[in-house]
Design a protein around this ligand. Structure first.
Ligand SMILES: *Cc1c(COP(=O)(O)O)cnc(C)c1O
Length: 374
């Protein structure tokens, strides 16, 4: 065996997204102790950069040392206790994972289902909150990566507030790609992932809790069932003034990478990054039209960073994806769940959202589809 040298692949799937050389270089810097005061200084900056990205002043804003799914689990396991009722809006694959978390805690999920490819229905969600008294939280996915749909997070968080429920927001694919105004919208528990629109490698889950969420955590009747994800303990490590209590060894070099990726995001500016995502999305839609391809989602609910493209009748979607990878070094995603075989998922996330990415994938898809007809 010898060292592993991965090929250069243009990552235009549902994540991971392309990681800039500047971020990879940051990762390759010397590993230092995770309690070294210089490392602690970097952690403080990282929290401030995350607050910029989340548009929040929340004190409890940290990256969880694990992927987005752990951020999801952290939100549920810290806020929900056995016997609680949680309204879960499901319009894709990730809502099902939320339900699984709630069931494992011993709480009761109240499902509000919408078809894959449609945004969450506000009327149905409000009806569910009205029909059940004392709902602890309303949970939903802001940007459904499995379908390419954006739901109205501001309106959903407002509904939660009006019914005395906490809001739990999956922002894994939204953070960095579309506006996510945590304080202005009154979101309570929000988690994301490092490998989507922030374009750091996978393995970290930025998370933020409002003061309301923190007081819900502090007034729990039972201890948090997960030791590793207990934010009370995690906070002592990330927030201790001066003396920080050892909790776990932080993924030091991964945190350098996230710090660098967030710096790049701040240098570009939030609104400029959102505009770039939108512009390249529109370029993709126009390019796909020239080769006869159309999107699954109605224009009003399309995510610029995740494009669900309808597979034409008679085309073997798997064969096309395979050829994109082998002949063009481009990775795109397949459909999940009920959309398997029916869509391709083209991600234009973070540093992957460029005119060049769009032109390359449209050209390559055109060649693959043309070859099929010949
Ligand atoms: C990717 C994703 C997750 C899971 O994140 P991992 O880092 O793969 O664990 C959760 N929710 C949404 C909406 C996602 O796109």
């Amino acid at each position: 065996m010898t060292s592993f040298h991965p090929p250069e692949v243009l990552l235009l799937g549902p994540g991971p997204s392309p990681v800039a050389k500047r971020v990879l270089d940051a990762m390759a810097r010397p590993t230092i102790g995770h309690l070294d005061p210089r490392f602690v200084g970097m952690m403080d900056e990282l929290k401030e950069l995350l607050r910029y990205a989340f548009e929040t002043r929340n004190t409890l804003t940290v990256p969880i040392s694990a992927p987005g799914s752990a951020g999801m689990e952290a939100a549920f396991v810290n806020l929900i206790e056995a016997g609680d009722k949680v309204v879960i809006c499901q319009n894709g694959v990730f809502g099902a994972r939320m339900r699984e978390n709630v069931i494992r805690i011993g709480a009761t999920p109240i499902m509000v289902n919408d078809p894959f490819g449609m945004p969450i229905d506000l009327g149905k969600t409000e009806a569910a909150l009205k029909a059940h008294l004392g709902v602890k939280a309303l949970a939903f996915v802001h940007a459904e990566t499995s379908t390419g749909v954006e739901s109205d997070a501001a309106a959903l968080c407002k509904l939660a507030q009006e019914h005395g429920a906490l809001s739990i927001v999956d922002a894994v694919t939204s953070l960095g790609g579309i506006p996510l105004r945590v304080d202005a919208w009154g979101c309570d528990a929000v988690y994301s992932g490092s490998q989507k629109c922030l374009s750091a490698p996978p393995g970290l889950s930025p998370l933020t809790f409002s003061d309301k969420a923190v007081s819900a955590l502090k007034s729990r009747k039972t201890p948090v069932r997960s030791w590793f994800l207990d934010l009370g303990l995690v906070m002592n490590y990330w927030q201790g003034s001066g003396a920080r209590a050892y909790h776990h060894t932080a993924p030091i070099n991964m945190l350098y990478a996230l710090h660098e990726a967030l710096l790049m995001f701040r240098e570009e500016g939030r609104e400029a990054a959102f505009a770039r995502h939108r512009q390249n999305h529109l370029r993709l839609v126009a390019g796909l039209a020239t080769i006869g391809l159309d999107l699954l989602v109605a224009e009003s609910a399309r995510l610029p960073q995740l494009n669900a493209v309808k597979v034409p009748e008679g085309v073997d979607e798997g064969a096309v994806r395979k050829r994109l990878l082998t002949d063009f070094n481009i990775e795109i995603g397949a459909g999940l769940g009920e959309l398997a075989g029916r869509i391709w998922r083209i991600g234009l996330m973070g540093t992957g959202s460029t005119a060049e990415s769009v032109d390359r994938v449209v050209h390559a898809l055109g060649v693959c589809l043309g070859a099929r007809q010949a």
